[in-house]
Design a protein around this ligand. Sequence first.
Ligand SMILES: NC(=O)C1=CN([C@@H]2O[C@H](COP(=O)(O)OP(=O)(O)OC[C@H]3O[C@@H](n4cnc5c(N)ncnc54)[C@H](OP(=O)(O)O)[C@@H]3O)[C@@H](O)[C@H]2O)C=CC1
Ligand SMILES: O=C(O)CCC(=O)C(=O)O
Length: 451
Amino acid sequence: MPVSDHVNLSQFMEGVKKRNPGQTEFIQAVHEVAQDIFEFMADKVQYHEAQILRRIAEPDRIVSFRVCWEDDNHNIRVQRGWRVQNNNAIGPYKGGIRFHPSVTESVLKFLAFEQTFKNSLTGLPMGGGKGGANFNPKGKSDAEVMRFCQSFMTELYRHIGPDTDVPAGDIGVGGREIGYMFGQYKRITGRWEGVLTGKGQEYGGSQMRPEATGYGAVYFLQNMLKHKGMDVEGHSAVISGSGNVATHAAEKITQLGGKVLTMSDSGGFIHDPDGFDQEKIDWVKELKNVKRGRISEYADHFTNATFHEGKRPWDVSCDLALPCATQNELNEDEAKALVSNGCKGVSEGANMPTTLDGVKVFHDAKILYGPGKAANAGGVAVSGLEMSQNSERISWNHERLGEMLTDLMEGIHDKCTEYGDQGDGYVDYVKGANIAGFKKVADAMLAFGVV
Ligand SMILES: NC(=O)C1=CN([C@@H]2O[C@H](COP(=O)(O)OP(=O)(O)OC[C@H]3O[C@@H](n4cnc5c(N)ncnc54)[C@H](OP(=O)(O)O)[C@@H]3O)[C@@H](O)[C@H]2O)C=CC1
Ligand SMILES: O=C(O)CCC(=O)C(=O)O
């Protein structure tokens, strides 16, 4: 059948919208990928005939379940949990678990779809999945979080396994939650196996996993800058978020001689004109991971800094920007503000933090722009290395894993330039990531026939 007899991009997207009514985040993520893949497939009839993109944009399965738990006042609470298993053509489903009140099926479908391309880009054998619940860990006691995690795993355990689906952390799920979930999995199944990553180092977690996403996003930025003959040193950076990804991105920027000016949470952002040095970053880690406080408290402690309630940091003049909080946290106007203030490079620690209009602003201005599926792939890559260590019953040291992460991020950068080089010196990293991520999954799917 000639290529022209197949649906075009707008017909394809009409179908996606019809089949996924109201799922705006999922539709946005598919649209961003489909634009590049339709162009790539224009002369490749085999992908059209096998309906590859249509199949990747339809999750293999979605498990949705009730999560019932008791709060400290003995009230019975009911939440909804999900696991979206998007595609396992190149390896077991792999991707984090998010606990946040904003979690919906659409959010998890977009994340699982993105994860499929991201995991492919790492070069490691991992398919794409994502899960979570509309549970808000903020303000809950450790005992409440434990009971919630145990209840969540009491259903999830039947759908996962070290060769089936290996979840990890994401927003609202860090070391504490992974510990509770791993403990419950072990209790129910009686097996110690590498079914989750991001585990504590005492019980099979990998060195470098806590740092990997944030460091990796900075390594990706470093690779983009190097490609243009630039470096992080001496440059100012604006970072959003103050969680796992943001604090480690800030740490690596600082180690490389950059100056981090901002961090944020959902309450607003802190602007510290003196920069966040290691001591201040450690203070933020303690505030967020141990005291579970708000970023506004930083300005009470470090009095040169100012807190901007309810605001995002993108108006602060900077050379580099790293959105590391959540999806759609950087819109068209904010992208324009970054560009007009002289920002030279954006590396996304978060998943899909920039709206489609915002991405267009970066592309039109031809500034360096590393999309999340490439720039934040260091986290899942080290998770893949945690799986390998668990299977082999060994553990690699920090130095070795650091080198592997650096190499993996360079490899991802190279794949993006291979498919994203525009021939005029500009690299469209979105296109590069989409095509390189797609090709590997698509070719595996072709090999399997119609399944
Ligand atoms: N952890 C990992 O290894 C990986 C994470 N990512 C992505 O990175 C991003 C951050 O994840 P991570 O650091 O792990 O999560 P954390 O839960 O550790 O931190 C999340 C941070 O983002 C802020 N945030 C969350 N939602 C919003 C919102 N709606 N508006 C403003 N700020 C918000 C939080 O503020 P508050 O405390 O107020 O909620 C917090 O500062 C996510 O997009 C995630 O998918 C990507 C790859 C791997
Ligand atoms: O480490 C993992 O498996 C998951 C990381 C993740 O959720 C992500 O890359 O968005």
